[in-house]
Design a protein around this ligand. Sequence first.
Ligand code: OOG
Ligand code: MG
Length: 254
Amino acid sequence: MPELLEIAARLDDAAYRAEATPQLAEPLTLEEAYAVQAASLARRYARGERRVGIKMGFTSRAKMAQMGIDEMIWGRLTDGMMVEDGSQIDIADYVHPRVEPEVAFILSAPLPERVTTAAALAAVSGVAPALEIIDSRYRDFKFSLTDVIADNSSSSGFVIGPWSDPRGDLSNLGFVMEIDGVTRQIGSSAAILGNPIRSLVAAARLAEEAGEPLQAGDIVMAGGATAAEQLAPGQHVRLQIQRLGRVEFTVAGI
Ligand code: OOG
Ligand code: MG
């Protein structure tokens, strides 16, 4: 539908130029919203970006409560969104970025649609502390469920810390997210669907349903364990996860 392609172009331009765009005037169906997301990603791929995995959203109560949405969503990650651990981002590349503490998985085998948590874990070669930089392209960071899906679930950047062996209990690992050395969010991996591995199981199903099953090498971001924090120039953000270690970045710009 040409109208969906126009919306995809508008959202992609907003992301590319780091300029906010109004919320969508007409409500989309869920299917249409994901079609817009796919079309906006096609524009990124046409510019040379490559899909490297997917991110899950609204997998914790804290995130659902912060944004007023209680349905799980997903989005695509590209290599262009990767931010090196310990590096610096420029605030000018974003509209109004926020950061949230997550767990990331990397796969060493494909994941078919229906998997048990044990089978999902068997396909994982690493688990890591991760920070997601979300940046809604909508004015005032306000959106409906289908608005945010169309906008690639606010995907903008992701920072991944050192990979660890995924074996061992991941169900209740403590999180501390600091900005400039001050604790801003504390939480637990338990906030993510009781265990972040369940987010991976859901990701496998959703990716398969979309015709893009998870492959070896794919990264899956499990979703924010706490509310997100607004980013500002000059900040240093660090997440420490019990047993998994830390991941960090700084924000440049004035
Ligand atoms: C939508 C993306 C949600 C998460 O981890 O729950 C998300 C948003 O809050 O802008 O990434
Ligand atoms: Mg997130």
